[in-house]
Design a protein around this ligand. Structure first.
Ligand code: FPP
Length: 243
């Protein structure tokens, strides 16, 4: 049983927090922290290859992040453009399948085009499923799903009484992606911050004090170990009584 758990591939989701504090600690502008954050993301993608991970979801820009100073928002969008331009081909060669979740209508047209291109190019890849949460908020996602379901009901496509959890799942941005097993948040904050609210109902959470730009393969492996330790503990005690 333990072996089975150890073998099964996981969906790991990461709240990449602490770029600003990492930069401030070095007397650097916050944007340098975000650049170092991209490097940490690249390291993480490499580390994933040696770990039992089939899905990785990263929180790169929340719906709430739009209220940051314009210069920082622009820099983050610029970094995203740069990253997709410079790394898309190598991600594709690695067999990574890219999906972007979030409120696309809030993004610049050229970014939407880049995202569509990345999703199309990598759609048949069978390696790691990388989901980038961009202009994403869990409440916004659930609200959009409710709106979509209400429209389907009004068109007569769904009966109100037939709506169940599967229906809701189908209308979420993450339709078709399994729920996360493990959610990691860096930088010592212990909040969910509107990330994958529906999907994380049964996820394990690992909070680490490490700031995102310092996050390494070792930290990721430690978080997975912690996840397996918890699984084994629940196995030994007959499971979590609430589940
Ligand atoms: C939180 O740190 C991080 C973000 C708001 C952005 C995360 C983005 C990256 C890691 C790089 C961009 C990734 C892509 C794919 C473009 P913070 O700024 O809130 O840090 P603080 O809490 O220390 O201020």
């Amino acid at each position: 049983m333990v072996e089975e758990i150890a073998q099964s591939k996981l969906h790991v989701a990461i709240i990449m927090d602490g770029n600003g504090r990492w930069a401030a600690a070095r007397g650097l502008p916050r944007t340098m922290g975000h650049r170092a954050g991209i490097d940490a993301l690249k390291r993480t993608l490499k580390a994933v290859k040696d770990l039992p991970i089939s899905h990785l979801t990263v929180y790169s820009f929340s719906s709430e992040n739009w209220s940051r100073p314009l210069a920082e928002v622009s820099e983050l969008m610029q970094l995203l453009r740069f990253y997709l331009r410079s790394d898309l081909q190598s991600l594709h060669k690695e067999g990574i399948r890219i999906r972007v979740i979030g409120e696309r209508e809030t993004l610049a047209n050229d970014i939407v085009e880049m995202i569509e291109n990345a999703e199309k190019l990598t759609s048949n890849n069978t390696g790691l499923a990388l989901t980038i949460a961009l202009s994403y908020g869990g409440r916004q996602e659930i609200t959009a799903a409710v709106r979509g379901i209400a429209k389907a009901v009004s068109r007569g496509e769904i009966k109100a009484d037939a709506i169940d959890e599967m229906t809701v799942q189908k209308y979420l941005f993450t339709a078709g992606i399994p729920d996360p097993d493990l959610v990691i948040r860096t930088s010592g904050e212990k909040r969910i911050s509107n990330f994958l609210l529906w999907q994380s109902a049964y996820a394990e959470y690992v909070f680490t004090d490490v700031l995102w730009p310092d996050f390494s393969a070792t930290h990721l492996a430690e978080a997975i170990d912690e996840y397996h330790m918890r699984e084994r503990r629940y196995g030994a005690t007959g499971g979590n009584s609430l589940e």
